[in-house]
Design a binder for this molecule. Structure first.
Ligand SMILES: [Zn+2]
Length: 500
């Protein structure tokens, strides 16, 4: 329909098509390069948000600041099940209505940070980018709902306080927050939607060991995944995002599973007539708090808004969307290859895959490394990989003498113990179970429960052991799921652990 209208305008039958003609003439008027995006981002990044486990309090405080600035309209649209305020921030007075919502899963905060970066940018002035703001505010009517699930965010959990997955509640509308999102969609009738999530960090681009840093999806609106004008628009928006992403993270973009989900919000927005793109923030080596991925969110969202305002996203070919590969699921934190393992006096060679599972403690976390897979894992990849040919598994020891408390040992001294085969040290000082401290030492401390090193390589078992050569010299420690080369001084001690 849109294309027909453009054609009609082009041959000048209707004079009432001026707005459309104007859009067409301005297509690609504003191609922003990566250098410009980088400088915009560094100027407007919200410094109050630095890591993933911020809470509703932080968001609420920032919203109040934006309210005072009085450039973006702020409206409290409702409350979560546990009575935390949910806000909508609105910008622009154009006739294209855009909705963006983030963090309907409480433990998926990356895009929320990017939205606050974006608010700062929209409120800027006289920095050379006013033409972008003028374009956006004149063509678009943007509605942002950051942190839709503040109760989940408080505990850094996926589900709402009703223990319901909000993204499976678009049809039933029985979560307070899901009903709110549905109501806002019904009231605003957006033509464009951005469904902002985080996916797990273990997806890779198929055939490569590259983690998927961002995956995109133009969700289906029916079982047969038909492409109508609405969904095609979403595919074109995704192509624009992918084009920029390839300049930052070549071969680290994929598509999310496109199975139709009758209960899902993205699918429903698409069926309600909004061209909707799902953005999933994934993983990137060296970016555990996803600050680089946050920046990429900012850039692709800002660019997409510009392309929607210009109408230039319609220039993209949906074929380029179809060519983006789907997420593969072959990634782990560590893959050890060709390890010699002994069991019941029989020695065999195997690969071992390890993941570090995060456990949240307030605004911080620790990990527990676990063995995720064992066997022929040639098709699996690791953020860290080691060909352990000729190396065999050795059990870790614990130090005979307890210490009074952690401060008696420096991280460096702990590393020296680790190099000698000691992975556990008892702590004497009384500590309450709920105050067991988090630490970054390359060694386990234990107080409440005894730390047991890994004795056998078992599925789901802990990942605390050594790899030694034929002479029995320790070469690598697998400490709490971290691969540590014992011949190298670690640059930083960044091992997220907690006293047992
Ligand atoms: Zn999600």
């Amino acid at each position: 329909m849109r294309n027909i209208l453009i054609l009609v305008c082009a041959i000048g039958i209707f004079t009432s098509c001026d707005a459309k003609k104007d859009t067409q003439m301005n297509i690609n008027a504003m191609k922003i390069d990566t250098t410009t995006f980088n400088s915009i981002y560094s100027k407007y990044k919200e410094s109050a948000l630095q890591h993933r486990r911020f809470k509703h309090y932080d968001v609420d405080s920032l919203v109040q600041i934006h309210k005072q600035r009085d450039i973006i309209a702020v409206q409290k649209i409702g409350e979560s099940f546990q009575k935390r305020a949910i806000y909508e921030l609105s910008y622009g007075s154009g006739d294209k209505t855009v909705m963006l919502w983030s963090q309907m899963h409480g433990d998926e905060p990356t895009a929320t940070m990017a939205l606050f970066d974006l608010f700062n940018f929209l409120e800027g002035k006289g920095d050379g980018y006013d033409d972008i703001r003028k374009l956006l505010s004149s063509k678009l009517n943007i509605h942002f709902i950051p942190m839709l699930n503040p109760d989940g965010a408080e505990l850094y959990t996926r589900r709402t306080a009703q223990s319901i997955d909000m993204n499976r509640d678009a049809r039933a509308g029985q979560t307070v927050e899901g009903a709110l999102l549905r109501a806002r969609a019904a009231a605003l009738k957006p033509q464009f939607g951005f469904n902002l999530h985080d996916q797990n960090i273990y997806y890779n681009v198929p055939g490569t060991k590259n983690p998927v840093s961002i995956s995109l999806l133009a969700p289906a609106f029916n079982e047969s995944r038909d492409i109508n004008e609405v969904r095609e628009g979403a595919m074109q928006m995704a192509v624009g995002m992918n084009n920029i992403l390839q300049q930052y993270i070549p071969d680290a973009v994929a598509k999310y599973d496109d199975t139709y989900t009758q209960r899902g919000f993205g699918d429903n927005f698409q069926s309600w007539g909004a061209s909707t793109v799902l953005i999933e923030s994934g993983g990137m080596k060296g970016d555990p708090e996803k600050q680089q991925i946050r920046k990429l969110n900012f850039i692709i969202i800002l660019n997409a808004l510009i392309e929607i305002a210009e109408g230039s996203y319609q220039n993209y070919d949906k074929k380029d969307y179809e060519d983006i590969p789907f997420n593969a699921s072959q990634l782990h934190d560590v893959v050890l290859r060709n390890v010699l393992v002994e069991r019941d006096a029989i020695v065999y060679k195997t690969d071992i895959a390890i993941r570090r599972n995060e456990r949240t403690v307030d605004r911080d976390f620790f990990v527990r490394g676990a063995i995720e897979d064992i066997g022929d894992l040639q098709e699996s990849f690791g953020y860290d990989e080691l060909d352990a040919e000729g190396l065999h598994v050795i059990q870790a020891k614990i130090q005979a003498n307890p210490i009074n408390d952690l401060s008696m040992l420096t991280e460096q001294a702990a590393f020296e113990l680790l190099k000698k085969g000691i992975m556990g040290v008892a702590v004497k000082k009384n500590v309450e179970p709920q105050t067991l401290p988090l630490h970054n030492y390359p060694i386990h401390f234990y107080k409440q429960t005894v730390f047991y090193p890994t004795t056998t390589i078992d599925l789901g078992g802990t990942a605390n052991f050594y790899l030694a050569d034929k002479e029995g010299d320790l070469k690598y420690a697998i400490f709490n799921g971290y691969l540590i080369d014992l011949s190298k001084q670690p640059e930083v001690f960044k091992y997220k652990s907690r006293v047992y």
